[in-house]
Design a protein around this ligand. Structure first.
Ligand code: KG4
Ligand code: ZN
Length: 334
């Protein structure tokens, strides 16, 4: 059989990315034009600025992805594009580009859910084993997802308020760290002691849901109260305490679900999967529980188009194609 080449496109938030992936497993190129430098100035992603930047970057990013892969559009079998969830103006840039190429080249168009993409980043590392449990932790999402087969997602639990990455970014902001704050807190946490008492949101005993806004408020209150008393709290210890609260709950619920559903593989996905504390704790607990764990390398954890092409390959094999009226859907369900 001749190989299948999919061009992936991702523009749901603040990275413009294009990639060429062979047979859903082999990354030939994965170009990521990050906008973090501009959004840093505003302390978060500004939707209008993001859309405009995507428009400026999309064509060059696609050309570069083809060039690095040593391919031309003649070699591409299908276009896979993130069609939601995300910022609507940002999504539309990728979707419009994908539709234009699919129409002009008369090749299939595939709409990919952003979270499916994050999960399928793991298939670029190792073949999936079902039933599979995915812990998805990003700036916009915190979900435990059970997969019994390809392209089949059951959400066991999700956040009731802030996403894990969002909590990281808000706490970082309170500590006057630059956006995005997750990596900074992660670095500080490695040096500090988790000595500041902070709550853990376990919720109902059988729940796989998460909640991080109470923890975030507790961190803000701790800082505020200390300032009022004229005391200082070592930010490094606060970072370590915050991180251990987040990681403990994420890991505990993941292991409980892995056992309940007797999964053959646990995979980690989303930007917060880059977190060293989370990676280490999950590795340790999965080893103890004897469940194989897959964690993608850092570049495949944060937003990128290779993961979108990997997810799109499954739809390609299932002949699940989108029509040219594909739209960007900000709150697309998984
Ligand atoms: O998946 P992603 O790139 O974008 C979304 O789809 O949301 O995730 C970005 C999030 C940000 O909140 C960022 O602070 C967080 O991932 N993040 C981290 C780390 N690296 C990125 N959070 C904690 N520790 C990290 N090392
Ligand atoms: Zn993402």
């Amino acid at each position: 059989d001749r190989p299948v080449y999919i061009l992936g496109i991702e523009t749901s938030c603040d990275e413009t990315s294009a990639a060429v992936v062979q047979d859903g497993r082999i990354v030939l190129s994965n170009i990521i034009a990050s906008q973090a430098d501009i959004h840093k100035r505003f302390g978060g992603v500004v939707p209008e600025v993001a859309s405009r930047r995507h428009v400026e970057n999309i064509t060059l990013t696609i050309e570069e992805a083809l060039q690095v892969a040593g391919k031309t559009l003649d070699d591409i079998d299908a276009i896979a594009v993130t069609c939601g969830p995300g910022l609507v103006g940002a999504l539309l840039v990728g979707v419009a580009a994908a539709k234009a190429i699919a129409f002009a080249r008369e090749i299939p168009l595939i709409g990919v859910h952003h979270i499916a993409g994050h999960i399928y980043a793991n298939r670029l590392v190792e073949e999936m084993q079902f039933p599979l449990l995915a812990l998805v932790v990003s700036g916009g999402h915190t979900e435990l997802v059970l997969m019994k087969e390809h392209n089949h997602f059951r959400i066991l639990g999700e956040t009731r308020d802030d996403a894990a990455g969002e909590a990281y970014d808000k706490v970082a902001r309170a500590l006057s760290l630059p956006y995005p704050g997750g990596p900074h807190i992660d670095r500080m946490a490695a040096e500090g002691n988790p000595s500041v008492p902070l709550p853990r949101a376990w919720l109902e005993p059988d729940s796989y849901d998460f909640s991080f806004s109470g923890l975030k408020s507790a961190v803000l209150n701790t800082l505020h109260n200390a300032a009022q008393r004229g005391e200082t709290i070592d930010p490094v210890d606060l970072a370590a305490s915050f991180q251990s609260s987040v990681v403990e709950v994420l890991v505990e619920k993941t292991i409980r679900a892995a056992k309940e559903f007797d999964v053959k593989q646990v995979v980690l996905a989303g930007g917060v999967a880059a977190n060293k504390g989370l990676r280490m704790a999950l590795q340790h607990r999965c080893e103890k529980a004897n469940v194989p764990l897959v964690i993608p390398p850092f570049v495949l954890c944060t937003d990128n188009a290779a993961m979108i092409a990997a997810a799109g390959f499954v739809s390609y094999q299932q002949r699940k194609f989108a029509s040219l009226d594909l739209n960007g859907t900000p709150n697309l369900p998984l």
